[in-house]
Design a binder for this molecule. Structure first.
Ligand SMILES: Nc1ncnc2c1ncn2[C@@H]1O[C@H](COP(=O)(O)OP(=O)(O)OP(=O)(O)O)[C@@H](O)[C@H]1O
Ligand SMILES: [Mg+2]
Length: 351
């Protein structure tokens, strides 16, 4: 390595976790810190940057700076060794005492992959929310126009339209509640719940709430709990939401007149987390879920059959909320399904 900089400066630059490269006026690499070795190809020392880092936009920007421009910034994506987005800032030295041996420009790489990803998710989220709210609003507007015009003097039609309006408005209200609870869970996700709760009591309460719905579909709710299940650290409201969502799904998507089984037992090892825990499994018979759909179920607004879920009043946020709550509890959610047979959703909570 050419002695482009004195020892002290070299130590300083080595200490940075981000790649840093110094260039001379011929665009040759005269210094690269340890982190930069990851982005440069071998034999970079004293040779043109183009030979070890061949990204045209970056080379053009470097060229401009070594020729006198004060600063240039370029955002690039690299696919190897791992896909990532980098912001590269190239700054010209104005003080010749900083560097010896002719270094004239400093290149700093900043990994902005997580920011880019977060921004992408935010944009998708806003697009989804607007899309999801637009369709019920469009149908409300359509109905109102019909009621003002063609259906003005049709009492029967009016009743029918009003009940559609009620359902659509309720669905929007539910979606807003779900979005709020999602954002509440997200903000609390860092702090582990402290309160001691009895999961068995919560499951019994959920049964009371949902037994009517199950009867409408001629389904029996079968509860089977191991003896001596202790209380655990959890958030009562959040866990209620988890069990309600999962049992509600089992009733909604299960086959009519088939049973929904809810079991609770202690396990020695929580999958992917380790340590002892409580496993609550909710099992229903029915069409089940195809393997390629499984990983997508917990995405916001994801529904296997949009039309059907919408008809049933679903927002597609239920499982996204469940997943966040379970991770807030440092637990694990497992989904197992056989197409044509049914599905089992298991919530593991650490003890
Ligand atoms: N037990 C199940 N069997 C088969 N498919 C299921 C089951 N549970 C969920 N799904 C599928 O996963 C999708 C997402 O479920 P989720 O609970 O997130 O949304 P939803 O039930 O449609 O709406 P919401 O829960 O907000 O009322 C559902 O639309 C359905 O396609
Ligand atoms: Mg649901």
């Amino acid at each position: 390595m050419a002695t482009a900089i004195n020892n002290f400066n070299a130590h300083l630059l080595e200490a940075f976790p981000d790649p840093i490269i110094l260039l001379n006026r011929d665009r040759e690499v005269v210094f690269a810190n340890q982190a930069a070795l990851e982005v440069l190809e071998a034999n970079y020392d004293g040779r043109d940057l183009a030979l070890s880092f061949c990204v045209p936009e970056v080379l053009t920007a470097a060229e401009a700076v070594v020729n006198g421009e004060v600063i240039r910034e370029v955002d690039i994506s690299l696919s190897v060794p791992v896909p990532r987005n980098l912001k590269i800032r190239i700054v010209r030295f104005t003080d010749s005492t900083v560097a010896e041996d002719g270094a004239v420009a400093l290149m700093v790489f900043q990994d902005i992959s997580s920011e880019t990803l977060a921004e992408q998710m935010r944009q998708d989220f806003v697009a989804n929310v607007s899309h999801e709210l637009r369709s019920p609003i469009a149908s409300l507007i359509g109905i109102i126009e019909t009621l003002q015009g063609p259906a003005k003097d049709d009492p029967e039609g009016r009743e029918r339209f009003l009940s559609i309006m009620r359902d659509e408005s309720q669905r929007m209200a539910r979606m807003i509640d779900d979005l709020l609870s999602l954002s509440r869970v997200e903000t609390s996700e860092r702090l582990r719940p402290q309160e001691q709760v009895s999961v068995i009591d919560l499951l019994e309460m959920t049964r009371e709430l949902l037994i009517g719905r199950a009867e409408e579909r001629k389904m029996e709710l079968v509860f089977d709990f191991a003896a001596d299940i202790p209380t655990l650290a959890g958030d009562r409201d959040e866990l209620m939401e988890v069990f309600q969502n999962l049992i509600d799904n089992a009733i909604k998507y299960g086959r009519e007149a088939s049973p929904v089984r809810v079991t609770a037992e202690l396990v020695e090892h929580v999958p992917e987390i380790g340590g002892a825990g409580l496993a609550v499994a909710i099992e229903n018979k029915g069409e089940g879920i195809a393997p390629d759909q499984l990983p997508r179920l917990t995405e916001r607004f994801y529904r296997v059959d949009k039309g059907r879920s919408r008809k049933l009043g679903g927002t597609g946020l239920g499982l996204a909320i469940v997943k966040h709550i379970v991770s807030h509890h440092r637990g694990h959610l497992s989904i197992v399904s056989t197409v044509g047979k049914g599905a089992t959703f298991t919530v593991y909570l650490p003890l």
